[in-house]
Every structure is written in C-alpha cells, then in structure tokens.
Design a protein around this ligand. Structure first.
Ligand SMILES: Nc1ncnc2c1ncn2[C@@H]1O[C@H](COP(=O)(O)OP(=O)(O)OP(=O)(O)O)[C@@H](O)[C@H]1O
Ligand SMILES: [Mg+2]
Length: 323
C-alpha cells in the first residue's frame, strides 16, 4: 500500500497541465487538457481539482486514476452503448473519437444528496417539491434512497468557468438542442449505464448514489464520451456503513469529490467566500480515497509512479505515433 510519505513526495511535481507544441494549440477544461489530431481528441487528464466552479489545487495521482478508471468502465460498458475511447497510450492519456458534443449533462440520481446548487437536496431542503420538473414526496431525509433513479439534466457550459444550469426534459425537447429520438436514446443509455455501474459498485462494497454522463455524435451515431464512473463525476459511498450512519443522521463515508466539497462546506459557504487552496492533509486524504475507490472498483492494485510525468507522457505519445 502506498505510504503518505510517497504521496507527499509527489506533491511538488503534480501534473498541473501539459504543453505539447507538436500537437498545435492546447485547449483546457477544468480537469483535462486536450489537443486535436485528424479526427481524434487527445485528452490528457491532469491532477487539477475543481469544485464550486473554482480550482482548489491538485490531487496526487488523480489524473491517472480518472483516466484508467474511465478506460475500465468504457471497456465494460461498450455493449450498452459505444463510446469515444480508441486507446490509452499513457496512464494519463486517452485518445478519443472527436465528437460533436451534446451540450447537456445527463445526471442520474438514485439517492437524494449533494451540496452544490444543482443538487436535488439543495432544492429539497429549501422546501421545493418540484425539482427539475419532477415531483418529490414529503419526508425525505438527506442521503435517502429514492424509490427509483431520476434523471436531472443540466446544460453543459463548456470551457473554463462555464456554468451548468438546471433544465427539464420538456425544456430540452422544446429547445431543439437534441432531437426527441436522440434524447430518448440518451435517457435509455443513462438508465442502463447507471444500473450496470451500480451493480458493479455494489459488488465492490460501494454505493454509487449518483453520476453523470456526456454524450456526443460521431458519424451520425450517439456515443458516450468524456469520462465514466470516476470519483470526479460520480459519488461513491461505503455500503457497509451507509445504513447505520443514515439512521444516525451522519454523512455516509465518501470516496469521491464530495469528500473535498464537504471539507469546504463544513467551514464556509464556498459560493459566498472564495474557497482557499486545499491544505496538504486534504490533498493526501483525497488521493488515498481516489486510489482506494479505483482499487475497489477494478479489483486491481493502482500502479503508483514517480512524478514528474510530462516527459513520460510525451514519450508514450511518440511511441503511439501521435507526435
Ligand atoms: N470524445 C470527445 N469529443 C468531444 N468532446 C469531448 C470528448 N471527450 C470529452 N470531451 C469534452 O472535452 C472536455 C474535457 O475536459 P474536462 O473534463 O476538463 O472538462 P470539464 O471542465 O469537465 O468541462 P467543461 O470545462 O467543458 O465544462 C469537456 O468539455 C468534454 O465535454
Ligand atoms: Mg469533465
């Protein structure tokens, strides 16, 4: 098992971003830097950690964990829906089919929870009972399982600082962002992927209370893109202690980005005060949890490596004939 000392040693050299002049102009999202080549999108997952629409710093090994975990899930779910993954020439790199992205995030929730202003708990605790155009019963408690999973889509802002806003199914269909036929395919895939993911998470001793999917069109077909069932885009709770803690009104044991969000919301309103950079102890704790969730889900040990990794990435891209 990786020691805290090794994680701390990595901190000065984490992957903050990567410049690859041979691939032309760099573009960046909150977590990934990406380049284009032919019909491909070269996605490099960095160690950047964002929440509440701001960068909070970096988490050791996070980029590789997200990338390798996505690859694991893309392989496992390709029978449910085709996806963008072509190859992963480096732990931090995914070569994807470059799609026409659909500017909607399909968020699916099997539990009522969350701390951001797009979460259903955020609205429910204020007394709202119609959320995302869906009806919710009285008497729900935070972190309670819903009778059945619900889809709560948001618009996808795109680019750094882009905002994700709530939308309803009706608004999406009326707006014509996607055709009804494509949206129905997205809904069907969303339910099926969530069911599949929840089952695997369950066997690994985890609950996946919610997650999100991004879709795109490639060669006239709907495909899944971006990342899949990672602790950045999904929540993961420890199954064993969930019931007991829920009964006592305690938060579940979080193994995802929510762990970081809660560290902040326990101390401030991050939408009012600009949240400070993560302290070292939070970086280490987050790294451990991300490694843990990777190992639980894949059943494989996470291969720890030495930083810096910029040269390794470039070498692997060369070997793969990308640069
Ligand atoms: N195969 C693909 N084709 C087209 N776009 C993709 C593909 N895979 C991922 N993307 C997009 O590339 C970007 C990846 O960067 P990242 O994950 O850092 O973005 P993000 O911060 O989550 O989102 P954004 O900044 O766009 O709101 C996202 O905008 C994502 O929608
Ligand atoms: Mg993303």
């Amino acid at each position: 098992m990786i020691t805290d000392k090794r994680i701390i040693k990595a901190i000065p050299n984490l992957l903050k971003g990567i410049d690859i002049p041979d691939l032309g102009e760099k573009q960046s999202g909150k977590v990934r830097d990406f380049y284009f080549k032919d019909n491909k999108r070269i996605l490099i997952t960095t160690d950047r950690q964002s929440a509440f629409d701001v960068n909070l710093g970096f988490v050791p090994y996070k980029g590789a964990i997200l990338n390798e975990l996505s690859a694991f899930w893309f392989n496992a779910t390709k029978k449910i829906i085709a996806n963008h993954m072509i190859s992963t020439p480096d732990p931090n790199v995914m070569i994807g089919k470059n799609c026409q992205g659909i500017p909607i995030e399909m968020i699916i929730r099997g539990y009522i929870t969350g701390s951001t202003n797009t979460s259903i708990w955020y609205s429910y605790k204020k007394g709202e009972r119609k959320i995302y155009g869906l009806d919710f019963p009285d008497g729900l408690k935070k972190n309670q399982k819903l009778e059945k999973p619900v889809i709560t889509p948001t618009t996808h802002g795109g680019g750094k600082g882009g905002h994700d806003d709530r939308v309803t199914r009706e608004e999406i269909l009326k707006s014509g962002i996607v055709s009804k036929k494509i949206y129905e395919q997205m809904e069907k895939a969303t339910y099926a992927l969530y069911q599949f993911g929840s089952n695997i998470a369950g066997s690994a001793g985890l609950i996946m209370p919610d997650t999100k999917y991004e879709f795109g069109i490639f060669e006239d077909k709907l495909i899944l893109m971006d990342e899949l069932h990672t602790p950045d885009g999904s929540r993961f709770w420890i199954k064993k202690t969930y019931k007991e803690r829920f009964k006592k009104g305690l938060e579940p044991e979080n193994f995802d980005k929510e762990f970081i969000r809660l560290w902040y919301t326990d101390r401030m309103d991050p939408y009012k005060t600009k949240p400070p950079v993560m302290p070292q102890e939070l970086m280490v704790a987050a790294s451990r949890r991300y490694i843990d969730v990777y190992e639980k889900l894949t059943g494989k040990e996470f291969k720890v490596f030495d930083y810096p990794i910029e040269n390794r990435i470039k070498k692997n891209l060369k070997k793969a004939g990308i640069i």
